[in-house]
Design a protein around this ligand. Structure first.
Ligand SMILES: Cc1cc2nc3c(=O)[nH]c(=O)nc-3n(C[C@H](O)[C@H](O)[C@H](O)COP(=O)(O)OP(=O)(O)OC[C@H]3O[C@@H](n4cnc5c(N)ncnc54)[C@H](O)[C@@H]3O)c2cc1C
Length: 294
């Protein structure tokens, strides 16, 4: 227990899943899961909460690892942005995730902020979520009974800072199928808020003989949560990576934003920002495709 400035905070510090289940059993509406704390502390301050309990997730080895099997990658929810950015496995198989992690906040934030906290916080501007969605990431969810279940991450993120986890549930790790695809991420952010995205996006595609196939595009910060961008996917599917028709792509991007946020005043700015984001990512994919060919 610690008290500062008149407040009292109780800590649960589970070291393994058994202790985590015990801590979750005790969890009430005044107990919060704390990973890096970079979002949570701001929320607690905004709500003027001074007396509460925290379940500290930073000592659980199960949540800190990036593991690889023949066909899957498992990313612990407690893996930090810095670790994601530096991981050779992530850079090789999910380059967009390494890039997204590298663009979160500042060095100090990236050293603390976790991928689980980024998803669970369910902000529309979350930088890793569009990538996790594009890869169809599944979440391993753990509860107070010690049970695990697997859910599509998209199904448990409502958006606008609300997730659909039950009170005593927690994301342990993410599971992503290995694919022979290239991917990229870009964002436009506000300097004032360090780099919180005003718009971000991820493209994943298989590139065969210079042509893009199975294109998946997600955009963030143009709706309650990151969402698929079918107009842009259609405009890119089957196109030469080196010879994209910019006018057609621009029309598709503008149509997509119009469809997502028809009545928002920011839509005009977001249309050109989204085009810039998509154009940047295509440049990244060209570089990656060049490296793969070498
Ligand atoms: C200055 C600043 C700049 C930032 N810049 C960016 C940015 O550029 N891009 C971006 O995307 N974000 C940014 N953020 C937001 C934040 O840093 C990220 O969302 C971060 O990844 C949150 O992770 P965390 O470990 O700190 O989560 P915490 O703050 O510990 O938790 C966030 C929420 O998720 C819950 N939670 C945490 N872990 C789990 C879990 N495993 N299972 C279930 N629930 C869980 C917590 O209870 C809490 O409600 C910024 C924040 C700050 C303060």
């Amino acid at each position: 227990m610690c008290g500062k400035g008149g407040g009292t905070v109780n800590f649960f510090i589970p070291k393994n899943l058994e202790e985590l289940a015990d801590a979750l059993k005790e969890k009430d509406e005044n107990t919060y899961l704390c990973a890096g704390g970079t979002d949570l502390v701001i929320h607690l301050r905004a709500k003027k909460k001074f007396h509460y309990s925290l379940i500290d997730l930073t000592h659980l080895e199960e949540m800190k690892k990036i593991q690889e099997t023949e066909d899957r990658i498992m990313i612990g929810a407690g893996v930090t942005m810095t670790e994601l950015e530096k991981s050779p496995v992530i850079r090789k198989y999910i380059p967009a995730l390494a890039k997204a992690a590298s663009m979160v906040g500042s060095t100090q934030i990236r050293n603390r902020a976790t991928v689980g906290g980024n998803a669970a916080n369910a902000s529309q501007s979350s930088d890793t979520t569009p990538v996790l969605f594009a890869y169809g990431a599944e979440a391993v969810v753990f509860n107070e009974k010690g049970e695990k279940k697997i859910c599509l991450l998209d199904d448990i993120i409502e958006g606008l800072e609300k997730n659909l986890l039950k009170d005593r549930e927690i994301i342990l790790q993410f599971v992503i199928k290995k694919e022979n695809a290239l991917s990229g991420f870009s964002k436009v952010g506000s300097r004032k808020a360090v780099t919180i995205s005003k718009i971000n996006g991820c493209i994943k595609a298989t590139v065969r003989e210079g042509k893009m196939q199975n294109v998946i595009v997600y955009l963030g910060a143009v709706g309650a949560k990151a969402s698929k961008a079918p107009y842009i996917e259609k405009a890119l599917e089957g196109q030469w990576l080196e010879g994209i028709h910019k006018k057609e792509l621009k029309d598709a991007v503008y149509e997509q934003i119009e469809n997502n946020i028809p009545s928002r005043a920011s839509k005009h700015y977001k249309k050109s920002a989204a085009f810039g984001v998509i154009d940047d990512i295509l440049g990244e994919l060209r570089e990656l495709a060049g490296e793969v060919e070498m």
